[in-house]
Write a protein that binds this ligand. Structure first.
Ligand SMILES: Cc1cc2nc3c(=O)[nH]c(=O)nc-3n(C[C@H](O)[C@H](O)[C@H](O)COP(=O)(O)O)c2cc1C
Length: 231
């Protein structure tokens, strides 16, 4: 099973999104999948210029010479595509959206990609409320859960209230978070072995790990830390 994971987190492997993405990919690898992970931050990928040359001039070929040329065949070959992103203004990050748009050479109207692909969303956000992910999930469903399509939106690993997690890992909080990381890893195993991710496991990733009041205090303290560290 070939897995293509793209993360739009500018913090790459050190960010909040990676705290869910990494164990998820680990679970897939342990179950035997072949996983390729790319961070948009390390890629040079410009926005789609919308001239439709990839449909009507050179079908299947993009006129821009950048890292998307290397990624397009990987999208074509993947059995599973993982879109990972922090929530930025109630959406995915700009670089990830640019990359997503640049898939157009693969999706020529009326042509099927030929391969049945499964798609997963992995995301983290600062807000407490899980509804912050609604626009991202809606985008995934609109794109990948179409009855006429060849794709299946398998589910989403969503981590609201993610901001204090890194700090918690340094202290006693690590034990509190353990079940969340375990659920993310199990999600990877399930996807490879069973072809889906159970609702229960998805909920396990989003599970509340402290009372909201405490969370708001911890998030505020973290912002103070960032403020100090950049000044
Ligand atoms: C520019 C920017 C926009 C953000 N917008 C939102 C938002 O709309 N909703 C939210 O809950 N968190 C928002 N956040 C917080 C991030 O989603 C959150 O910190 C996330 O866990 C960061 O993940 P990362 O460490 O992988 O980058 C925003 C952060 C930044 C820097």
């Amino acid at each position: 099973m070939k897995v293509l994971a793209i993360s739009g987190s500018p913090h790459m492997g050190d960010g909040n999104t990676a705290m869910i993405l990494d164990p998820f990919l680990e679970g897939m690898k342990e179950a035997g999948a072949n996983v390729d992970l790319f961070y948009t931050r390390n890629l040079k990928i410009g926005p789609c210029n919308g001239d439709m040359s990839c449909w009507f001039k050179n079908p299947g070929k993009c006129g821009q010479d950048d890292d998307m040329l290397m990624l397009l065949p990987k999208f074509k070959e993947a059995d599973v595509i993982v879109w990972a992103s922090p929530v930025y203004y109630a959406g995915i990050t700009g670089p990830l959206k640019n990359l997503m748009d640049r898939q157009l050479p693969l999706h020529i109207l009326g042509e099927s990609s030929g391969k049945k692909q499964k798609v997963v969303l992995v995301s983290s956000c600062g807000f407490w409320d899980i509804s912050m992910f609604d626009p991202l999930v809606a985008q995934m469903k609109a794109l990948y859960a179409r009855p006429e399509g060849n794709t299946e939106f398998v589910g989403a690993l969503l981590r609201p209230g993610a901001d204090p997690m890194r700090d918690m890992m340094k202290g006693d909080g690590a034990a509190v978070l353990e079940s969340i990381f375990k659920a993310a890893k199990e999600a990877g195993r399930q996807l490879v072995k069973e072809g889906n991710i159970s609702e229960e496991i998805q909920k396990g990733v989003s599970k509340k790990f402290m009372p909201e009041e405490e969370y708001q205090k911890a998030a505020k303290a973290m912002m103070e830390q960032i403020k100090k560290s950049i000044n």
